[in-house]
Design a protein around this ligand. Structure first.
Ligand code: B12
Length: 272
């Protein structure tokens, strides 16, 4: 059994004088996130999370103010002592994805897993913030969703842009980040004051449209015709349908969902 000792900046597991393994802070964070998913009561909706790290000083965070808008926050606007941005992805299980392929409208499982994923992401983030603060590391987090301006449909923090900067995947034509576990799932972010060494992993391109223009399944499956390879995504059209679906599933909580552009992707679920 490894002794849980945070050793900032050291990535490999080290042995102490009696041969116990020390966990690096990076490994402690990954294991804290994995444990939160494992102990979650509705864990059947999810698969193993994946975790990515980016430096708060990555110049792309400054660029997001130009790409998304001046209101988009820099990690240091959220946590002035920020040094690392922890991004995590909670992939949905195959059952959730299949249910939303089979159903012509949005499936119960897709709606329910959305509510559960948002709860789980907020729980993981809260637990990680507490865990780190106990180790005298400053940490701050941002809600999974419903943190956007209802007029512009833009948020002051884009989880998927942070995941892109952490090399967790690239944007597909469906505008989802396609990670090594697929694109059906949800992201969270925790910003921390500790330094975590960043590994320069290659960011793979899965989207077949961006690879060789051989697929547009997401465009074809959008009930609102909101997606197109040539035009900007119409997020207002998309939102109209999400709100209708929210009415249908109001007994589950706030369920503004659809996900047809996600489940139709050949890389909705990637199994390792
Ligand atoms: C507002 C919002 C919406 C709006 C508008 C969405 C939109 N595309 O703009 C509405 C309500 C319509 C919506 C719909 C959906 N949403 Co939504 N939504 C959000 C929210 C709250 C904010 C996103 C935002 O501000 N968008 C504004 C745009 C400008 O920013 P962005 O799309 O995040 O990022 C863009 C730029 O950064 C840009 N970009 C361009 N150049 C460059 C260069 C660099 C270097 C970088 C880094 C980025 C970048 O690329 C991105 C896409 O174009 C996020 C949660 C969050 N806080 O991040 C969830 C989120 C984006 N939604 C999500 C999902 C799953 C959905 C739905 C499938 C609904 C559902 N759950 O069934 C649909 C899919 C719509 C689609 N195809 O995009 C997930 C995406 C997960 C993933 N795998 O990528 C998120 C991240 C929620 C989460 N916590 O996981 N959503």
């Amino acid at each position: 059994m490894g002794t849980r000792v945070g050793m900032w900046g050291i990535m490999n597991i080290k042995k102490n004088s009696i041969g116990d393994d020390f966990m690096s802070l990076k490994e402690e964070i990954i294991s804290s996130i994995e444990n939160s998913v494992l102990k979650y009561e509705s864990k059947e909706y999810f698969r193993n999370p994946i975790v990515g790290f980016s430096s708060a000083d990555n110049p792309l965070y400054e660029e997001l103010k130009d790409i998304i808008g001046p209101d988009h926050l820099h990690p240091k606007d959220i946590l002035p002592t920020a040094r690392t941005v922890v991004s995590f992805f909670i992939p949905f299980s195959q059952i959730v994805v299949d249910s939303n392929i089979e159903s012509s409208t949005v499936s119960y499982e897709w709606a329910k897993s959305y509510v559960e994923a948002n709860k789980l992401i907020n729980q993981i983030s809260g637990e990680l913030v507490d865990y780190l603060r106990n180790k005298n590391i400053d940490a701050a987090t941002i809600k999974a969703t419903h943190n956007f301006d209802e007029k512009t449909l833009k948020s002051a923090w884009s989880h998927r842009s942070a995941a892109f900067i952490a090399n967790m995947g690239k944007f597909g034509l469906n505008r989802m980040i396609i990670t090594k576990a697929g694109c059906a799932g949800r992201f969270g972010t925790v910003i921390i004051s500790a330094h975590i060494p960043i590994e320069n992993e290659e960011n793979a391109e899965y989207c077949l449209y961006y690879k060789n223009e051989s697929c547009q399944k997401c465009v074809e499956s959008c009930p609102q015709n909101a997606l197109s390879p040539d035009k900007e995504f119409d997020r207002f059209k998309c939102n109209d349908l999400l709100l209708k679906n929210a009415d249908e599933y109001s007994h589950l909580g706030l369920c503004d969902v659809c996900g047809k552009c996600v489940v139709s992707c050949p890389f909705a679920v990637i199994k390792s």
